[in-house]
Ligand binder design. Structure first.
Ligand code: F6R
Length: 595
């Protein structure tokens, strides 16, 4: 969701910006733009893909060694050339790119209009750049002072980079609840929304903290300030060799690569283990997350309650943060997030902290906002996930929960802990077998791609797996899909079933098996097209399924991980049959940094 790339140093900025913006494409966006400084300012903006900007820029001036670039995911105002960033102040002295939302932009805009300011775009970003200029002019302030004053006025989230043509050897930047990374190079600096675009150029980065202002210049000097402009320090991190992980390798998409990385990612995490501790005085665990991460939380609820007998509740972060829940210091609030930057999950955890709860997070991105804000953090160690659809992060979220359950049982039921541990050890080879089998998924996907809707059904942990399967299908193939607990179909959704409705029934060898099979039979009796996902060894009536997908037999402790994998592939092949961009599905963003 919105991406920033800025460069200051002695090299040509434009190729670095363009390269960075392309690397940020995975975050989701609908327009892009750059501003390059070289005596005069060259401002280029285009609706659509970065490719459209690149073509547009071919006949324009792009020379210069300072530049700021942006990919915009529209929030205020439609995707258009005018609303694309960078935005300029009225006198064109200041140019800005911004990620986040200025929540109080309306009163600020009214105030500025009263003072004679006119606006070109419908964006909240233009309000911010005008406000900085207003401070500059009204109080005759330096850029950095005006910048800090304006930032103190704004409510909401921001990662901004600012350039002043009157101060043409510097870039200023700041962040609050929106990711920002400073790359430190040899006599040069770069600023980006994440470390990935910086990895080919620098070995060291700073994951900038909230309410920190950066001042950099074209000799590579950089300084950090708080909002009162007191100089402060920020920790430097090493990202040497990180760029290798951002390569698609032999695969045709990042998603496919990441699906195939699951064997190794799970193995890595099982081998390294986790280093978090639920603690003694906890009455319940409240898991909060969004989307796919929420689905892993739902599976964890079933598993932790069954195996470790601790009370678990699962909350959509976007609801939890606003619904005034009853919380106490005996609650552990556990956020799950691949990116570690999801705005709702951050706010939900903040609310829990304010209420005195203990907080914990399971994240893939070290140094992300969520990783830094909680009492304890467990890293997924899945490697960077670039495809918008979350795959290997989901798998490692579930592996983390398996490890957590084993740790909990080591204190109370060592025999069960031992048994589950040996089942978990089998997981990497079972993932590998699941990925290798099932060539028929390509044909089944081609079949599904003709239909407009699909229903995914399961019971027990296979119910959240059904939810996740449906989410994967809809987000990358744009086919409407719903996940349901199989037992709920009779209470309404069965009315949808006819000979144009693919039903993906998911079952496993557990106590729910016979019930799930009966529910699927009910769908078959209404002419539904049955695609049965089952583990080897489960016998089903011959006429029940139109298609069967088989997975290796496994213990119910790891079954959700195994059963989910064919569903990832089903969604993938359906989307590729429809010739869709699986890595960058329309309207979606990898890192959802606004609520
Ligand atoms: C779906 C997907 C999203 C994310 C959700 C939360 O494939 O990726 O539903 O799971 O946006 O993101 P994180 O996990 O980064 O907090």
């Amino acid at each position: 969701m919105c991406g920033i790339m800025a460069y200051i140093g002695k090299k040509q900025a434009y190729p670095i910006l363009l390269n960075g913006l392309k690397k940020l494409e995975y975050r989701g966006y609908d327009s892009s733009g750059v501003a390059i400084m070289n005596g005069s300012l060259s401002l280029l903006k285009k609706e659509g893909k970065v490719q459209a900007l690149e073509t547009f820029a071919e006949t324009r001036k792009t020379e210069g060694n300072i530049g700021i670039g942006h990919t915009r995911w529209a929030t205020h105002g439609i995707p258009s050339d005018i609303n694309a960033h960078p935005h300029q102040s009225q006198s064109e002295r200041l140019t800005i790119v911004h990620n986040g939302i200025i929540e109080n932009h309306e009163p600020l805009k009214e105030m500025l209009i009263k003072h004679g300011y006119k606006f070109q775009s419908s964006t909240d970003t233009e309000v911010l750049v005008q406000l900085i200029e207003w401070y500059q002019k009204r109080y005759n302030l330096t850029t950095i002072v005006a910048f800090s004053r304006a930032l103190q006025d704004v409510e909401g989230s921001f990662a901004v980079v600012l350039f002043d043509v009157y101060d043409p050897t510097k870039l200023f930047a700041a962040r609050r609840q929106s990711p920002m990374v400073l790359g430190i190079g040899e006599k040069e600096c770069m600023i980006s929304s994440d470390a990935m675009p910086l990895a080919p150029y620098v070995d060291q980065v700073v994951y900038v903290e909230d309410d920190v202002i950066i001042e950099t210049d074209d000799t590579g000097e950089y300084k950090f300030f708080d909002l009162n402009l007191t100089q402060i320090d920020q920790p430097i991190s090493d990202i040497k060799n990180a760029s290798i992980a951002y390569d698609m390798g032999e695969f045709e998409s990042f998603m496919l690569k990441e699906v195939h990385e699951q064997t190794e990612a799970a193995h890595r995490l099982i081998t390294s283990g986790i280093d978090i501790n639920i603690g003694k005085n906890i009455d319940r665990i409240i898991i909060t997350a969004c989307g796919t991460s929420w689905h892993s939380g739902l599976i964890a609820e079933y598993m932790i309650e069954k195996f470790a007998r601790i009370n678990v509740e699962v909350e959509y972060a976007s609801e939890f943060r606003y619904r005034d829940p009853v919380l106490s210091s005996r609650d552990l609030v556990l956020g799950i997030s691949q990116s570690g930057e999801t705005a709702d999950t951050i706010a939900a955890l903040q609310m829990a902290k304010n209420a005195g709860c203990k907080t914990m997070a399971i994240v893939n991105t070290a140094n992300s906002t969520i990783a830094r804000m909680v009492d304890q953090v467990s890293l997924l160690n899945a490697g960077p996930e670039i495809g918008v659809a979350s795959t290997k992060a989901f798998t490692n979220q579930l592996v983390t929960f398996c490890l957590l359950i084993i740790n909990l049982l080591e204190d109370s039921n060592i025999d069960l802990a031992y048994d589950l541990k040996s089942e978990l050890q089998k997981l990497p080879s079972l993932i590998s077998r699941t990925l290798k089998a099932n060539e028929n998924i390509v044909d089944i996907a081609a079949y599904i791609s003709q239909y407009k809707s699909a229903i995914f059904l399961g019971r027990g942990t296979m119910y959240p797996v059904a939810l996740e399967g449906a989410l994967k299908l809809k987000e990358i193939s744009y086919i409407h899909a719903e996940g349901y607990p199989a037992g709920e179909m009779k209470h309404g959704p069965i009315a949808l079933v006819d000979n144009k409705m693919p039903i993906i029934g998911i079952c496993n060898e557990d106590k729910h098996l016979s019930k799930t099979i009966s529910n699927i039979q009910e769908m078959k009796a209404r002419n539904g097209i049955i695609i049965l996902l089952k583990s080897e060894g489960i016998h089903i009536p011959k006429e029940l399924a139109d298609f069967v997908i088989e997975t290796p037999r496994c213990h119910e402790f790891i079954a959700p991980i195994i059963q989910n994998i064919p569903l990832q592939l089903l969604a993938y092949h359906t989307a590729t049959t429809l010739e869709l961009d699986v890595d960058k599905p329309r309207n979606l963003a990898k890192s959802v940094t606004v609520e």
